[in-house]
Design a protein around this ligand. Structure first.
Ligand code: DP6
Length: 339
């Protein structure tokens, strides 16, 4: 695909963010209360960037947040920069630590203080269960409080997006749409919550593998955009699916929601498989789960799935099917996104 990759382009994360910051950024407290951001699962996926520096997407996307599953983060003043994940100190040269501290640095801009960042995820890290989304959203909220920045929600979402695209959507509960935007600086590329609730909607997490994935989303989507001719059809598919999802949500039409989300996910995976080298996140157990879902549907159970850049399957169903779905997927973790 012909996506502009002009390396001379001057717009950097730093240059966008500094326009919204005071002259000096200093902590307003020694330590903040823990902030929380939910994980989210896209029903219409974000796949492909029009700007890799700012994480600007090629298409708009729509997600559902996972209620109590997500990331809790706290920042405090410290003698040295340190990052803690789930109670363990992460080595300073570890990729995770560097990502967190580099994000803080976008705001701290060399100011003379160090920070301790403590994060707890109650979802498996890097297993396609979107912990980077909730992680960067929680980190953005924590930065906002720690430095007393008082940023507008749309700015918080746009800045969280610079940490990880899908984090733009994790600022909110319920259904959330991330509008792709058209501006070069990306400040119209942020997420907004939908007002519609859907109290009997359920998401089931089928954990095929909780290990670290081999190819992260960033590399995966860049490879797809660069090498898969099939990717040409993706923006059209995503736009049509987004429109269908809005209709499904407005009409509370679960069949339309499930069919659209499943076809959207499989279309995204088709573009991945058509990349070179090929990108197949599925494992035998992922395919076995798909077969069980299709079998359930053939037997009259309204059950659909979606999946991200990993082997895990996320089931979509309604409360009335929960007992039946649990019989078919023993040990299933079920989330009620609207409580
Ligand atoms: C398949 O947001 O993790 O989960 O912006 O490079 O950090 P970066 O990518 P990321 O990609 C998520 C991709 C996806 C689909 C989605 O959540 O919309």
């Amino acid at each position: 695909m012909n996506i502009s990759k002009d390396s001379s382009k001057a717009i950097t994360k730093e240059s966008v963010i500094e326009r919204y910051l005071p002259a000096t950024v200093v902590p307003v407290v020694d330590s903040i209360d823990t902030v929380f951001a939910p994980s989210n699962i896209a029903l219409c996926k974000y796949w492909g960037k029009r700007d890799a520096e700012l994480n600007l997407p090629i298409n708009s996307s729509l997600s559902i947040s996972l209620a109590h599953l997500g990331s809790k983060t706290r920042i405090s003043v410290s003698d040295t920069d340190q990052v803690w994940l789930n109670g363990n100190l992460v080595a300073a040269d570890d990729k995770f630590s560097r990502k967190v501290i580099n994000f803080i640095e976008l705001f701290r801009r060399g100011a003379a203080h160090s920070v301790k960042v403590e994060t707890e995820n109650n979802i498996p890290t890097a297993a396609g269960l979107a912990s980077s989304a909730s992680g960067f959203a929680a980190l953005m909220l924590a930065v906002n409080t720690f430095y007393g920045l008082d940023l507008e929600p749309q700015v918080l979402s746009a800045f969280a997006r610079m940490g990880s695209g899908s984090a733009s959507r994790s600022l909110y509960e319920g259904f959330v749409e991330w509008q792709m935007g058209v501006r070069e600086d990306g400040m119209d590329s942020f997420a907004l919550p939908l007002t519609t609730r859907w109290s009997d909607l359920r998401v089931g997490l089928v954990k095929v593998s909780t290990g670290e994935k081999a190819v992260d989303s960033r590399s995966g989507m860049n490879r797809t955009v660069d090498t898969a001719h099939l990717y040409q059809s993706w923006p059209l598919q995503a736009a049509a699916d987004l429109e269908r999802l809005h209709r499904a949500i407005a009409d509370q039409n679960f069949t339309l929601l499930g069919e659209t989300a499943e076809q959207n996910a499989l279309s995204m995976h088709a573009t991945m498989i058509a990349s070179w080298p090929p990108l197949l996140y599925w494992q035998p157990d992922s395919v076995a789960a798909m077969q069980s879902i299709w079998q359930a549907r053939a037997e009259g159970v309204e059950l659909y799935f979606t999946m991200d850049a990993g082997p895990n399957i996320k089931l979509l169903f309604t409360a009335d099917a929960e007992a039946e779905v649990k019989l078919r997927f023993p040990g299933l973790e079920v989330v009620a996104p609207f409580g």
